[in-house]
Write a new protein. Structure first.
Length: 351
């Protein structure tokens, strides 16, 4: 209920901001430095099995609320975002690998200071995205499917406190960070081990980016068949010390067709996990309708799990408002389990 009240207040504030922009003759996209993401779900049906799955049965819920501020100068970028989530089927507020936790359903997602003396280098410190895996680099508001693939919620860390460096070298980009392994921001933040992560990405033909399905139709590269490829690694404490993760991902775009795929492997003293996903899709109209399908595979404890799903996202004339309908079904032996969900999601996003 507390999250719902804050969500309503945030949406009212968003509407007021858009109205104020219109009164001043500005485009709504110029309304910075507010950061806002409010997502509400109408769960049609759900049979959960993994952390992060929607609660069982049919329900209405506030899926996620993020609010914060973002400011930039020519060389400095400061950002701070808080997030609250509704509990999943197991009563957990966040997925097992989720970081930045403060108390209960509240956490910090991004709270950092970045210095960029040149496009080829920026230095960051604070609560940062872990530079590992493609799916973790995509903000929650821009996911093509309602939820990330199940295996990424247990294998790919999202936010940690630390320091990093990255940059754009043209056809290549890089990011590296040294971070606390702790998922909590508390007095023991730097007493629970460390994690090192690196991600290298290449776009040899032309720009693709993290969300190519949102690139404008007048993009001069539209008629080119373009692709991006990346590799990423981490070493340190995930759930256990001496965990090693490796992953590779790719994205391909030609006109309205966009396909992304990812594979990751995590070795830990207690055993190995691996998983892969493929998401082909197409955008219709003036980037107003996005259709995507997903196929996924996961292996853990000697068992294989398989999943299929699809989603349709309808963007309003102001693309910060969008409606998404999606479903997914997974099968597999324990501990993977069989699961399914179907839901409608309403999203308001300002960033």
């Amino acid at each position: 209920m507390r999250i719902a009240v804050v969500a309503v207040a945030a949406i009212v504030g968003w509407c007021a901001t858009v109205a104020a922009a219109a009164d001043e003759g500005r485009a709504p996209s110029d309304t910075r430095p507010l950061v806002l993401l409010a997502q509400g779900d109408a769960i049609v049906a759900s049979a959960p099995a993994a952390p992060g799955d929607p609660p069982e049965g049919a329900a209405l819920r506030v899926r996620r609320l993020q609010i914060g501020a973002d400011g930039r100068t020519a060389y400095v970028h400061a950002r701070g975002v808080f997030e609250a989530q509704d509990a999943d089927a197991a009563g957990n507020d966040f997925a097992p690998v989720a970081g930045g936790r403060l108390a209960g359903p509240l956490r910090v997602t991004e709270a950092f200071l970045s210095w960029t003396p040149h496009v080829a280098i920026h230095v960051d410190a604070g609560a940062l995205r872990v530079p590992f895996s493609l799916t973790r680099q995509i903000p929650d508001a821009n996911l093509r499917m309602p939820e990330r693939a199940a295996f990424t919620r247990t294998m790919a860390p999202d936010f940690r406190v630390g320091a990093g460096v990255g940059g754009d070298l043209g056809a290549m980009s890089y990011a590296a960070a040294v971070m606390s392994s702790s998922r909590w921001i508390d007095g023991d933040l730097f007493d629970r081990g460390a994690m090192v992560a690196v991600r290298l990405a290449a776009e040899p033909i032309g720009p693709v980016g993290l969300t190519p399905w949102r690139r404008p139709l007048d993009d001069p590269w539209t008629d080119w068949v373009r692709f991006g490829h990346a590799v990423s690694f981490f070493y340190g404490t995930l759930f256990e010390p001496r965990s090693i993760g490796a992953g590779t991902d790719a994205a391909l775009q030609w006109r309205r067709v966009v396909a992304t795929g990812e594979y990751m492997f995590v070795h830990a003293p207690s055993g190995n996990q691996q998983g892969a996903t493929l998401e082909p899709g197409v955008t219709l109209g003036p980037r107003r309708l996005d259709i995507v399908a997903r196929g996924s595979w996961q292996r853990a404890a000697g068992g294989n799990g398989w999943g299929t799903g699809a989603a349709v996202t309808l963007y309003a004339s102001d693309p910060r408002a969008r409606l998404q309908a999606g479903f997914e079904r997974r099968t597999g032996p324990d501990p993977l389990g069989a699961a399914s969900y179907a839901l409608l999601r309403l999203t308001f996003a300002i960033d």
